[in-house]
Write a protein that binds this ligand. Structure first.
Ligand SMILES: *Cc1c(COP(=O)(O)O)cnc(C)c1O
Length: 411
């Protein structure tokens, strides 16, 4: 049976071969990819890192060093985001402070941010989940007014824009991820980008002091790439998703990741993929538009709403359905070969390791909790069939019918 993976980048064997060749010519692949990241972010500084988490940790360490105020040890994060964000905050010796989200963009709600207690805050991070830009201009303005740093986490949003500004370029520093399920994939990897200002010298020093990714780690990840590339094909995904060493689809809270610079092999493949970023993202946007059209008028189904003047890149297409039918929907889509997910299963406040770090565990995260119970992400990558929306619609209609109608339909 064919199976459409929840997310992914259609890496080709050509990308892998050309990337390896590029990396064998001295350190060109790293310089080349860093230059691409500067161009894509329109910012003057970029450093390549072993992961998005490593990038996040180093940015936060730089912010702490520049602020030079040990009382400022909190980072405001959206109450619904990737658990890695909270793990990176812990790794930097800081604590998260949760801010509720907006159900349209699924990012920080600016009105809720205004109500946050900034007394001990060092920085605000956004999330740009699924490649949909957050209210970045408003968040940037609030961060400036409150004199805290802003970190534009564009792990899932390479190539997205808001008012013609690249997502990742808002605030004081940004990051991108090259992990599985992000916009481009080198198995693991990420980048820091930064404008001229207080942070770039400190970042430069911190990154220079890091080790290179170990050769063993780099070769291991590189060896996984062709498997990943094949795995994304609908005819093989069913088989290969059982290979648990690829670590597909897991959301864990884990702070033991390496903090290092990106290996040359990964940078080589990253450069190939960044070179065709526009085409990869157009493909995802087209698929998202078709999904949107097919699901638009269904009762109880909420589609994401983009902010005016924004361009999303849709690493996935998130919809919200009534909580009571969410798990059944994910299960039934899985059954017909559509890799839907319930995304992050819980808001950050309900992850025990994260809750233990909060100074204000009672803060209102009701919207995040609601979204966590309703969200379903649908795939948007190049291997998705053009009638994916109709297929999802069909499954939804089936769930909508009462058990008696379903039984009659089966006769
Ligand atoms: C994936 C992700 C990260 C971490 O990136 P990795 O490369 O997986 O370490 C950070 N923030 C967000 C919003 C993410 O989705």
């Amino acid at each position: 049976m064919s199976y459409f993976a929840p997310a992914g980048t259609p890496v080709t064997l050509g990308d892998i071969a050309r990337g390896a060749t590029r990396s064998s010519r001295s350190s060109h692949s790293n310089d080349f990819l860093a230059a691409q990241m500067r161009r894509l972010s329109s910012l003057p500084h970029a450093w390549l890192m072993s992961s998005g988490r490593a990038a996040l940790t180093v940015i936060l360490r730089a912010m702490s060093a520049v602020a030079a105020d040990p009382r400022r040890d909190e980072v405001i994060v959206p109450a619904y985001t990737c658990y890695s964000v909270a793990a990176s905050i812990a790794r930097a010796g800081l604590r998260p402070r949760l801010c509720d989200i907006d159900a349209d963009t699924l990012g920080i709600c600016p009105a809720a941010l205004e109500r946050c207690d900034f007394t001990r805050v060092l920085a605000v991070t956004c999330s740009n989940l699924y490649g949909i830009p957050d209210a970045l201009a408003a968040i940037e303005r609030i961060a400036r007014e409150r004199r805290v740093f802003m970190l534009d986490d564009a792990a899932q949003a390479l190539g997205a824009t808001l008012a013609d500004r690249p997502v990742g370029s808002f605030g004081d520093a940004g990051l991108y991820s090259f992990d599985k399920g992000k916009i481009i994939c080198t198995m693991q990897g990420g980048a820091i980008v930064c404008p001229n200002g207080d942070l770039n010298e400190t970042l430069s020093l911190l990154v220079a002091a890091l080790p290179d990714s170990s050769l063993a780690e780099s070769l291991y990840r590189f060896a996984q790439l062709p498997i990943y590339a094949l795995c994304l094909r609908p005819s093989l995904y069913e088989l290969v998703r059982k290979l648990s060493f690829l670590g597909l689809g897991r959301t864990v809270y884990e702070t033991g990741y390496p903090i290092a610079r990106l290996g040359a092999l990964q940078a080589g493949v990253g450069a190939e993929l960044a070179g065709r970023l526009a085409a990869l993202n157009e493909q995802r946007r087209g698929n998202a538009a078709r999904l949107s059209e097919a699901l638009a008028d269904l009762p109880g189904v909420h589609l994401p709403r983009e902010l005016p003047h924004s361009k999303s890149v849709y690493a996935r297409f998130p919809v919200r359905v009534p909580a009571a039918m969410r798990d059944e929907l994910v299960r039934k889509l899985d059954h017909v070969g559509i890799g839907a997910t319930a995304s992050y299963p819980r808001p950050l406040a309900d992850v025990p390791e994260i809750a233990a770090m909060l100074r204000d565990p009672q803060s209102d995260v009701s919207r995040a909790r609601e979204v966590a119970s309703q969200i379903v992400t649908l795939p948007t990558h190049a291997y998705c069939p053009s009638d994916l929306g109709e297929r999802v619609r069909f499954v939804l209609a089936d769930i909508g019918r009462s058990p008696r109608q379903q039984a009659e339909g089966m006769r």
